[in-house]
Design a binder for this molecule. Structure first.
Ligand SMILES: O=C(O)CCC(=O)C(=O)O
Ligand SMILES: [Fe+2]
Length: 392
């Protein structure tokens, strides 16, 4: 009864034709309702043949009836109305459809590495217990004593240089000052991090602190090459996360500014053909992204409340606070990953960049498609999208 079955998805758009299966949101183990409770509450409308988790959030389920009439009766009685048998809970219901098999396999059979060596992406390193529990507490107390800036779903603080979300860059002429003393020991330890090359300038001068509430993630992106040097460190505190890495095939990459905001899970950008790998980042671990892993792979944190790790489902904690240390780049980037590099003329997205940075952020999901389209509204300059973006 309670196996995850991602083969079902909700009807999207205006179409909501009755089927025997219901996609039920705001319902599931993560909000205190067992599959048995759900089965008996829906069972009064007809024979329930299965209750499945719709995804890993624990808050969406699929209820399968043997008859479409029963699903219709349940839909009518329970959609957006309090359910007496489930403590007055209000659920949001759509009829559910079967997805193609290929997508299911990708979503379900997706291993998460615990070690960077198992991940197998050149340039990605992970050190567990990089700081102690006491150091973690102190860091959190320091940032919680300071002013947070609220973005649409998470809060941030910037030190050294402000990170400008509109351009995914920094104003390198406007330094906010040195990094705060509460990160001095971390900066010191970074110097002897495994994976750091010999003669690089390793002094980090930009810090972004991100506070993600439970369930909030980060859209897939590559940190802008022209903004930051090769080495990017991310320290996880307060809670864990799974970081996913995606390498898109030649010709499907878009300029970093194109993926800065929320991307709908069904967007072609997310479902196109790419190689993906994932790593579990426990609290107090330090991740280093360098080389290929920094320049050519998108990193991504899914928006969900429960992460599957091996056989286990790990519920995210009430928040995760990450400290991302970077070095602002002085000249242009000369990396060998030209296809992903906004510093180099080979980048096929220069025109698109000019266009995209004019639009104000954050964008709504529904306006995402504008970012790849020649008919971008509110932009004075209309440019033809490059081939790699035209399909999105
Ligand atoms: O939260 C993290 O670990 C990563 C943050 C990140 O990728 C970024 O700020 O660019
Ligand atoms: Fe990043």
């Amino acid at each position: 009864m309670n196996m995850m079955n991602s083969r079902f998805s909700r009807h999207t758009g205006l179409k909501n034709e009755p089927t025997p299966n219901l996609f039920v949101a705001n319902c599931g183990p993560a909000v205190g309702m067992s599959f048995d409770n759900i089965e008996s509450a829906f069972g009064i409308f007809g024979k329930v043949v299965g209750v499945h988790a719709a995804d890993e959030t624990g808050t969406r389920v699929i209820v399968c009836f043997s008859e479409v009439n029963a699903a219709q009766a349940a839909f009518k009685a329970l959609n957006s109305l309090p359910c007496a048998d489930l403590g007055g809970r209000i659920m949001h219901i759509r009829y559910s459809v079967l997805r193609p098999l290929q997508k299911v396999h990708k979503d379900v059979l997706f291993p998460v590495s615990l070690l960077a060596s198992d991940l197998g992406i050149p340039g990605i390193y992970l050190v567990h217990d990089f700081i102690t529990v006491e150091e973690e507490k102190r860091l959190l107390a320091e940032v919680d004593n300071r002013q947070w800036r609220s973005l649409s779903k998470r809060r941030v603080q910037h030190y050294g240089y402000e990170f400008l979300y509109e351009t995914r860059n920094v104003d390198s002429k406007h330094c906010l000052g040195e990094l705060p003393s509460f990160v001095s020991n971390i900066l010191q330890k970074i110097l002897s991090f495994p994976g750091l090359g010999g003669d690089q300038n390793k002094e980090m001068d930009q810090l972004t602190v991100n506070e993600y509430p439970c369930g909030v993630g980060l859209s897939p992106h590559i940190d802008t090459h022209s903004a930051f040097d090769e080495f990017i460190f991310s320290l996880s505190t307060a809670g864990p996360c799974i970081m996913e890495f995606r390498r898109y095939p030649e010709g499907t990459w878009c300029h970093p500014t194109a993926s800065v905001n929320e991307i709908h899970e069904d967007s072609p950008l997310l479902s196109s053909n790419f190689t993906r790998k994932a790593i579990f980042l426990p609290p107090r671990s330090m991740l280093l992204m360098s080389g290929e892993g920094r320049y050519a792979w998108h990193h991504y944190i899914r928006h969900r409340k429960v992460d599957p790790v091996g056989e286990k489902a790990i519920r995210r904690s009430s928040r995760r606070v990450s400290f991302t240390f970077r070095k602002v780049r002085e000249g242009p980037c000369c990396c060998p990953y030209k296809q992903y590099c906004d510093s180099q003329p080979e980048c096929r997205n220069q025109q698109v960049k000019q266009n995209i940075v004019q639009s104000s952020l954050p964008l709504k999901r529904s306006s995402l498609s504008n970012r790849y389209s020649p008919n971008i509204k509110n932009n004075e300059e209309k440019v033809k999208p490059c081939e790699c973006c035209a399909g999105f």
